[in-house]
Design a protein around this ligand. Structure first.
Ligand SMILES: [Zn+2]
Ligand SMILES: [Zn+2]
Length: 554
């Protein structure tokens, strides 16, 4: 077909995080592309030791670079924006974002030493963008960060609504509610496909409003006997505003603690999202304010060890301390994988006699994603011919698909990262596969998830390593005592025998067991010694270490 409209996710389908989708128009030889979002996932320490972030593999986009018209950002959450800094230099395509997202991106970039210049083209909130055959409208949706947008992507082959992250919140504190009128108008004009947020597709009903959370926070802050600290996601400006309003009503000064939150507050003030909110005080004034006149707004809601609240919980923060009778409110929910880190922080606070309030007992947090009744409303407004569930793990995608079928959407397709889908009025079809995968941010470098680096590190983390160095003469005689070193192994076995000695004996036994002519072959010696050491240690330990044998011929 000459005017094919295709779609492919390169991240975020079958997982929550690392969102990156592409849309292509034109026949396969002259296809032009737009990219929607370019986010990261966060690695949990145990599973991927030493890895900070997970990014989508964009080798396919690098190949297609000349045909890419632009990268469009729906909103400034890290799972949508966080990979741009590392990946954009490989693409250098025009980058488009609304004012708050562009300013927050720039502030993040500027805070990173040596980060490349990445110019953002600013599209006004609710604005429009023409990129070749794509006419893109930004439609306001409520979420947990200012200026979240659904994108209506109009092409000669039909209109796609890409929801981004959204919920229905009639009273969202910051920004307008989800623009039902515009979405309904799109539905009236005819929508080919809806690519939609599935995060909360397993939850019945509707999400509570930010205004409900604000009420609870105000009550908890008003009744606090001494100091109050609130932690939430730094980028959740609506929540920051709710806390600031509650503090003002309770005659408390707000002190912002943590760089990420300072940055967001500054960007939100510059872009008009904190209009009318009182000035906050610098962290250095915390100690001078009476306990019932101060509120600390802290980073660290996910238990991040270097964030403000973790340091406060360990009593290691230079300016901010809490003590018996103070109240800490966790106005956030754990992102899966962070539960242990958060427990550590909570336990640290409880041990200091601090009262900790979480969403287990109070409505101090709501999700920014739509529950099932909200998903049904979106389908009712847009009335798509095709629905493809996005932004979810397998279960979320399946539940969203099932709901869509029951709501009467004619064609529902579940697809995964790397599927190339043709969107046509007669129904979508997976026509090809494009390269997809993961990259790990490892220190300053990006490594492929398929490389052996991280797998080897994981093995090292539970089995330790033995290195053996042998000096071998040309005649196949050991020229010196073998050097044996153990890293990460128990020092002795159950009977108290030294593991180093056990390894050393195993080296000699393995070497002596080799027939004389074989002893002249360094590879044969290395392999025999390796096997001997591993099995001798495994016999005592019931675990096999990694073993490296270096044979030097002298
Ligand atoms: Zn998201
Ligand atoms: Zn989001």
């Amino acid at each position: 077909m000459p005017s094919d409209l295709v779609f492919a996710p390169l991240g975020g389908f079958g997982e929550i995080g690392m969102n990156l989708s592409i849309y292509g128009f034109g026949d396969s030889r002259r296809r032009q592309w737009i990219i929607v979002d370019c986010g990261v996932s966060f690695a949990s320490e145990e599973h991927l030791p030493g890895v900070d972030l997970i990014l989508p593999d964009i080798s396919y986009l690098i190949e297609e670079r000349k045909n890419i018209l632009g990268l469009v950002l729906t909103h400034a959450h890290e799972d949508h924006m966080g990979a741009i800094m590392d990946l954009w230099p490989r693409l250098k395509v025009p980058f488009y974002a609304t004012p708050f997202s562009a300013a927050l991106f720039e502030a993040r970039r500027a805070s990173e030493p040596g980060a490349p210049e990445i110019p953002a083209n600013v599209v006004p909130a609710g604005g429009h963008l023409s990129l070749g055959p794509f006419e893109i409208d930004f439609i306001n949706v409520a979420h947990s960060i200012p200026e979240s947008n659904a994108l209506a992507i109009r092409t000669p082959a039909g209109t796609v609504v890409h929801t981004g992250d959204w919920k229905i919140d009639p009273t969202p504190i910051v920004g307008g509610p989800t623009d039902a009128a515009r979405l309904t108008a799109l539905g009236d004009a005819g929508v080919l496909a809806l690519i939609g947020d599935s995060t909360n597709a397993v939850r019945e009903g509707r999400s509570p409003s930010e205004a409900d959370v604000a009420k609870t926070l105000a009550e908890l802050i008003r009744t606090a006997p001494r100091r109050v600290a609130v932690t939430t996601f730094a980028s959740h400006v609506g929540r920051l505003r709710a806390v600031a309003d509650a503090a003002r009503a309770a005659e408390r000064e707000v002190v912002v603690v943590g760089r990420a939150m300072e940055r967001v507050v500054q960007v939100a003030r510059e872009t008009g999202h904190l209009q009318g909110v009182q000035d906050f005080r610098g962290v250095e004034s915390y100690g001078y304010l009476p306990p019932d006149k101060v509120l600390a707004l802290c980073t660290g809601s996910q238990g991040e060890p270097r964030a403000a609240l973790s340091r406060i919980a360990q009593d290691e923060h230079p300016d901010v301390t809490l003590s018996r009778g103070d109240r800490v409110i966790f106005s956030a929910r754990p992102i899966p994988g962070n539960e242990k880190a958060i427990s550590r922080v909570i336990n640290g606070l409880v041990e200091q006699g601090v009262e900790v309030i979480t969403d287990r007992t109070h409505l101090v947090h709501v999700s920014g994603h739509p529950r099932r009744d909200e998903l049904r409303d979106m389908i009712g407004w847009v009335r798509p011919k095709i629905l493809i569930p996005a932004h979810g793990e397998a279960l979320h995608l399946a539940e969203h698909a099932d709901l869509a079928r029951k709501a009467g959407v004619p064609h529902v397709l579940i697809c995964r990262n790397g599927d190339l889908v043709r969107l046509a009025a007669g129904g979508p079809e997976i026509i090809d596969e494009v390269r997809s995968g993961r990259l790990y941010k490892d220190g300053a470098l990006l490594v492929s998830a398929e490389s052996k680096t991280v797998a080897a590190r994981r093995r090292l983390s539970f089995a330790g390593i033995v290195t053996v160095a042998l000096a071998l003469s040309e005649k196949g005689v050991l020229a010196a005592d073998p050097e044996v070193e153990l890293i990460g192994l128990p020092e002795t076995d159950a009977g108290g025998a030294s593991m180093t000695e056990i390894a050393r004996d195993a080296v000699e036994i393995a070497f002596d067991a080799l027939p004389k002519p074989r002893r002249r072959d360094p590879d044969a010696v290395a392999e025999a010694v390796r096997r001997g050491v591993r099995s001798a240690i495994a016999e005592r330990w019931k675990k096999k270490p990694i073993c490296y044998v270096h044979v030097l011929t002298v």
